[in-house]
Design a protein around this ligand. Structure first.
Ligand code: BES
Ligand code: MN
Ligand code: MN
Length: 462
């Protein structure tokens, strides 16, 4: 494995250019106008896996976007690592807030990345991180240093809930058998400070519709005399948190696991500056559930947030109108043991119950998934920790993340294997936001670290 550093130095420009080509494809899974581009990105992933040395690569069609599957089986008696990632990306809007077009990647220096960062939608989430694995495989196959079997499963629907991947996994258990699942689709604590993500939150995503009168009304002639669905929706949403910012849905916290004082003290040891946090977001104060720190609020505690709200007149100038309907999209981030389907039901029942007479309420569930916690005492975690220590010179810090990759819990259920989340992104990467970027240093460090994981994992298993 000693040649990995010089291989990266020699091939750095090619590694960047190949990723840039992938980033040029607007593979936005949420927007059907980009359907052909999503398929095109799958094709690029397929050929990249072939070029990196997979023996067998196929595009597996689904009812939605395809799953790219690739493998290199060197010996049935050796362990198998299954790499998962996604080639679809979030919509790039609002476009006017990007400093350069989201699908015309540019390299720019930043304070955190003096060596440069690639700016493009998907740079960090998740094309850049998927491509680290492709290039790590290329290194291992070209240097005859692949110590175990490897399977790749790269999907195109992660950003829209992985609905078809769930079916694919359930009906291809044999094909997907593995000893450990390896994913780079999360972040690390800070540049140069390695960490391993040990938890993901679950998710329940719903849309609500409040209907008042059967048509839009003159707000002078009718205002004050009928329920205004936008006023009502705002009131209903406001009531979902109490004065301590606890969520008021009955039963919502019933299955939430409370961490012990020791576990919370352990968490508080992770490097974190509240001042830097506020500065980075240009806010005077943080805000959240009483009794918990910022890092607890965004990882081990469940949340409820409005992601979008609309209705009535939002065009130029003023129009005096009481809308017939008001809408909101609401996400609830869940912690392990909270069941997302149960929470969705609790939400629905509660939201319908608190609606006053004079409006009708409709709750439509979108998608969801369970949370996940990775143990730190099994060989997958130990191998990953050793790999980080090798390339960063520091033991990685275990860290529970607030984000969700719902399919991870399903992997455990269907394939009976644990997932190691080796993320190389940073909070400042602006994933899902304008000006998403991925530090070149992070990208190359990922390529360097991954082969060590394979080596140590194989040794520990063997
Ligand atoms: N890669 C992210 C999740 C993530 C990012 C986890 C950073 C931890 C740290 C993933 O692509 C994502 O955006 N997931 C969605 C859920 C999905 C069902 C749309 C999310 O968390 O909002
Ligand atoms: Mn992702
Ligand atoms: Mn994402």
């Amino acid at each position: 494995m000693q040649a990995i550093q010089s291989y990266i130095t020699k091939n750095k420009d090619r590694f960047l250019n190949e990723l840039i080509n992938l980033l040029k494809i607007p593979s936005i899974s949420a927007d059907s106008a980009y359907k052909n581009d999503v398929f095109k990105a799958a094709e690029v992933i397929r050929s990249s896996l072939e070029n990196a040395g997979c023996d067998h690569v196929e595009i597996c069609e689904t009812d939605g976007y395809p799953i790219v599957y690739g493998e290199k089986i060197i010996d049935k008696n050796l362990p198998t690592v299954l790499v998962y990632g996604h080639y679809d990306v979030q919509p790039p809007d609002p476009l006017d807030l990007w400093n350069s077009p989201p699908f015309e990647p540019v390299i720019q220096k930043t304070d955190i990345h003096p060596e440069g960062a690639i700016f493009a939608r998907g740079a960090s989430d998740d094309k850049g991180q998927v491509y680290m694995h492709v290039k790590a495989l290329e290194y291992m196959t070209t240097h005859n240093e692949l110590p175990c079997n490897v399977k790749f499963m790269i999907e195109g629907e992660e950003e829209v809930g992985s609905v078809n991947l769930g079916k694919f996994v359930a009906s291809n258990k044999e094909k997907l058998t593995n000893d450990v699942i390896l994913i780079s689709d999360t972040g690390m604590i800070a540049k140069g400070i390695p960490s391993i993500t040990t938890g993901l939150r679950g998710l329940s995503y719903v849309e609500v519709e409040v209907t008042g009168p059967n048509r839009d009304l003159h707000s002078g002639l009718y205002g004050g005399a009928v329920a205004n669905p936008i006023n009502i929706l705002a009131k209903m949403i406001a009531s979902l948190h109490d004065e301590n910012n606890h969520i008021t849905i009955p039963g919502f916290y019933d299955k939430v696991e409370n961490l012990s004082d020791e576990e919370r003290a352990e968490m508080a040891k992770a490097p974190f500056s509240l001042d830097d946090y506020k500065k980075a977001l240009d806010i005077e104060a943080v805000y959240g559930e009483k009794g918990y720190t910022t890092n607890e609020r965004n990882s081990i505690r469940p949340t409820l947030d409005v992601n979008g709200i609309w209705g009535g007149y939002t065009g130029e100038g003023a129009k005096t109108v009481i809308a017939s309907k008001a809408y909101a999209k609401i996400s609830m981030r869940l912690v392990p043991h909270q069941d997302w389907e149960e929470i969705t039901e609790l939400f629905k029942t509660h939201f319908e119950r608190i609606a006053p007479a004079g409006v009708k309420v409709k709750v439509t569930p979108h998608h969801g998934g369970q949370g996940y916690v990775t143990p730190t005492n099994f060989n997958g975690y130990k191998a990953a920790a050793k790999a980080y220590e090798k390339t960063f010179g520091q033991v990685p810090i275990p860290e529970r993340s607030g984000g969700s990759i719902p399919i991870v819990a399903l992997f455990e259920k269907e394939l009976d294997s644990k997932t190691i989340l080796m993320g190389f992104g940073l909070d400042s990467d602006a994933i899902h936001s304008p000006n998403e970027h991925f530090g070149i240093g992070n990208y190359l460090k990922g390529i360097e670290t991954i082969p060590w994981f394979y080596k140590y994992y194989s040794e520990m298993k063997g």
